[in-house]
Design a protein around this ligand. Structure first.
Ligand code: ADP
Ligand code: MG
Length: 702
């Protein structure tokens, strides 16, 4: 930090301010000194007491802060105990808050507040504050206060420090020097402020002493401090262009996502009124992406995803997630991407990312070594960390990296991600709902093939989703007509609107436009929807009624036992029922989860299971199709084929089972030859049997 010369009268003004306003504050810090060594001061306290000081702070911050810290040493409590306190001002007025992309040359050297999302942080490293240099000629030790990034050496062996006064060369003695902890973080603009598709801009922020180590990637913060320029270098050359950076004076963190949405008393009245509307579910659903035709069940699920279930902390320390994860799988051109883009704009703190991650951090987080860390390791946040407390919309999730595949499980289920690599040891929070879309490997979705054979995702990961919707694009005259009408009318409404606004010769009327626009007008505008959801998230914590609990329980038990040889649900689905039912209660602002909510949740899950979890041979739900990719029926068939192979091997002279014999034996047991061949191929592919010579098989463990 650049230190400027002391200004006696300025220091005196600060001292007066501290003595009159912050004596108790300083005493409190003194008790815990040196563990605590920062005095936090409200900007408005200073402004009220002496507006000249705040003016100075804004325009000449280095000088103001330096003198404030000097003055702090002289306040009696501090002087008696020889305290060296940091002056950390917070609550900077909005007029001095700037958006990262709007930082200009005239802001350099001033004090500003910058809001953003922490994308990266380096390791904490010591930084030289006072260097002790030994003179090669006389051996005297000269101390030099370091003010900038570049090491400053003595220009001569200063006599006033007991040196010989000659020009000399020096050796830095690290054990006699003073160091301070320092850390560099990178913050990027909040995605809410971004226009669709724009890349967020970033700024480096330097933290010192007790500010280090407190901040993690994914945190939403306000960094208050001085903007400065950093000269760029190319090799040994210094360039005339500069990078912008901030020396932080204080950091304020913003915890809750929906806290950021302000709900006035008037809003509250409107919200309470709407919550009593018997059509509230339909109205909410119709407010989601109205330009997208149909997809009613999906939209209903998405609105429930926004409300979410309840995260629960258990006495044993475990945490059960409340967030609902949804996956869309389907044919190309079925508005999956469009839906994700819409949701990412609607939900606060959401991030839209592609599985084909563009950054090293990918979807979760990574320790990387890049320019930012200047040779050191940097911890960088990926999409799920950045979307903490929001929604992570991940398009083309099937195209994600190998390393994301393994870390995504933990991030989705435990909602945190641990990184241990090269001195970086961190756990980052990923408390977000995931909304993902995947395209089938073969171009089109085949409802008769198991899910995991069609999308490039491991079944274990697929099963982490509470809801999986397959979206098929099959010709259907009635639906096609409606869809075409909807899309064409949307376009025409847009044309008329453009025509009215942009063309001087327009003969179109607003009435004509409004009539067409009707179908694409959301019942509730996004702003109101956000307020409504924020209100529900803050105030509504519904509890399951006994009736609702019974209903879900009996549905689950009945379903699991409806047929002997298929496994229909796993406990994972049971949790999905609960989350959806809780979300449904929150939507009505109900403090109770009722039978109605339980039924809604069952309805949605049934819908998705009919589409993706059906065993096409038996026409029954089978969760194994989703979790393992093989239906229960297929599994038991494969077991019986193994038995047959075993028997044939034992009976034969060469110890092999012949393909034709296997088929014949299985047919006697009533299995069609096609299915036997399919099972034999599967067994061979997954390594349970092998083929020592053509058409001959053996069990692998023999
Ligand atoms: P996907 O990601 O599923 O491949 P996109 O989201 O890119 O598909 O959609 C392709 C185009 O088709 C978009 O312009 C979208 O608006 C349009 N479209 C597809 N289905 C619908 C629908 N049901 N209603 C309105 N528009 C649709
Ligand atoms: Mg797409």
């Amino acid at each position: 930090m650049v230190r400027l010369l002391k200004d006696e009268s300025l220091a005196a003004s600060w001292q007066r301010f501290f003595e009159e306003n912050y004596k108790p504050g300083i005493e409190t810090v003194a008790i815990e000194y040196p563990e605590k060594r920062s005095l936090y001061v409200d900007y408005w306290d200073i402004d009220r007491a002496d507006p000249k000081l705040t003016e100075m702070l804004i325009n000449q911050p280095y000088k103001a802060v330096f003198n404030a810290e000097e003055a702090l040493k002289n306040v009696d409590v501090a002087a008696e105990n020889k305290l060296k306190l940091h002056f950390r001002v917070v609550n900077i007025p909005d007029t001095n808050k700037i958006i990262i992309r709007k930082i200009r040359a005239n802001h350099l050297g001033t004090f500003v507040a910058v809001e953003g999302l922490v994308k990266k942080r380096t390791e904490v490293r010591p930084k030289l504050q006072v260097g002790a240099f030994q003179c090669h000629k006389c051996g005297a030790v000269i101390r030099i206060e370091q003010e900038e990034d570049i090491l400053k050496e003595p220009s001569e062996c200063y006599e006033d420090q007991g040196g010989c006064g000659r020009v000399s060369s020096f050796k830095l003695l690290t054990n006699l020097s003073e160091f301070i902890d320092s850390q560099k973080i990178e913050i990027q603009e909040n995605p809410e402020g971004l226009r669709g598709g724009a890349q967020p801009e970033r700024i480096s922020v330097y933290l010192e002493d007790d500010l280090v180590g407190e901040i993690s990637p994914g945190d939403r913060i306000v960094a208050n401090g001085m903007l400065r320029s950093m000269q760029r270098r190319r090799g040994q050359f210094r360039l005339t262009s500069f990078d912008k950076a901030m020396d932080a004076v204080s950091i304020e963190s913003q915890e809750m996502a929906f806290e950021e949405v302000e709900v006035s008393e008037e809003d509250e009245k409107e919200i309470l009124k709407m919550s009593k509307d018997p059509d509230i579910y339909t109205k909410m659903r119709e407010s989601i992406a109205p330009t997208i035709y149909g997809m009613d069940v999906e939209k209903e699920a998405l609105i429930l995803q926004l409300f979410g279930g309840l995260a629960k902390e258990m006495p044993d320390g475990t945490r059960i997630r409340g967030d609902i994860h949804t996956l869309f799988v389907g044919d190309p051109g079925t508005a999956k991407s469009q839906m994700l883009a819409y949701m990412s704009k609607l939900a606060p703190r959401s991030i839209y990312a592609s599985g084909k991650a563009s950054t090293a951090a990918g979807l979760t987080a990574a320790a990387v070594r890049d320019d930012f860390g200047e040779g050191q390791w940097t911890l960088e946040a990926g999409a799920l960390v950045l979307a903490d407390m929001g929604v992570a919309c991940i398009d083309e999730i099937d195209k994600m990296d190998e390393k994301d595949r393994s870390s995504l499980h933990q991030a989705m289920e435990q909602q945190e991600i641990s990184i241990a690599k090269a001195g970086i040891n961190a756990t980052l929070k990923t408390r977000c709902a995931v909304l993902a879309a995947a395209n089938p490997k073969l171009g089109r979705f085949d409802e008769f093939l198991p899910m995991h054979e069609q999308i490039n995702m491991p079944p274990a990961l697929i099963s982490r989703f509470d809801l999986i919707f397959s979206i098929l694009d099959k010709p259907n005259r009635a639906r096609d007509t409606d869809l075409a009408t909807h899309i064409l009318r949307t376009h025409k409404a847009g044309e008329i609107s453009e025509n009215i606004i942009k063309s001087k010769m327009s003969k179109r009327t607003k009435k004509e436009r409004d009539k067409l626009m009707e179908i694409v007008m959301p019942t509730f505008d996004p702003e109101f929807l956000r307020k409504y959801i924020a209100y529900a998230k803050r105030n509504i914590y519904p509890v399951m009624t006994d009736e609702a609990l019974e209903l879900i329980k009996s549905y689950y038990v009945d379903f699991r036992n409806s047929s002997e040889d298929t496994v229909t649900f796993t406990p994972r689905q049971l949790e999905a029922f609960v989350r959806l039912a809780e979300a449904s209660a929150k939507l009505r602002l109900s403090q109770e989860v009722t039978v109605e909510d339980a039924k809604r949740s069952i309805g949605i899950i049934e819908q998705y299971l009919t589409r993706v979890g059906m065993d096409r041979e038996t026409d029954k739900f089978d969760i194994d199709i989703i979790t393992t990719g093989i239906s229960h029926t297929q599994q038991s068939r494969m077991r019986s084929i193994i038995d047959i192979i075993q028997k044939l091997c034992d009976a034969s002279e060469d110890g092999n089972a012949d393909r034709n014999d296997i088929i014949r034996e299985a047919e006697i047991d009533g299995v069609e030859s096609g299915k036997v061949e399919d099972a034999v191929d599967r067994l061979r592919r997954n390594g349970q049997i092998y083929e020592p010579s053509h058409g001959k098989y053996r069990l692998s463990n023999m």
